[in-house]
Design a protein. Structure first.
Length: 102
């Protein structure tokens, strides 16, 4: 479920299995960690971040790519773990009005 938090997304996933980032829900063919923190960047900033992380051989949970291609909620996304093991998501939209599109 997505919540509009002053123009930002707060996403709630339900997990019936393991707790924490080990629990996953399948979203557009990817295993998305249930517990994660995410930030929405501009598309240019997302591309720059994805390139820097790839260049530095970051171990991704979900490689940089496009989710929901051709659909209203199309987004660029990537996931990795921070040094403390927290799952982080960075995403971007070509059109910010699509942030809450279904």
């Amino acid at each position: 479920m997505d919540f509009d938090f002053f123009g930002h997304q707060i996403v709630a996933h339900l997990s019936r299995d393991e707790a924490g980032h080990k629990a996953h829900n399948h979203v557009d063919g990817e295993a998305v960690p249930v517990r994660h923190f995410g930030a929405i960047l501009s598309m240019d900033a997302w591309r720059e971040l994805a390139a820097r992380l790839t260049e530095r051989d970051t171990r991704f949970i979900i490689e940089p790519g496009i989710r929901f291609a051709g659909l209203p909620g199309e987004q660029a996304t990537l996931f990795f773990l921070d040094p403390s093991g927290n799952a982080l998501e960075f995403k971007a939209f070509h059109d910010d009005s699509a942030i809450f599109a279904r």
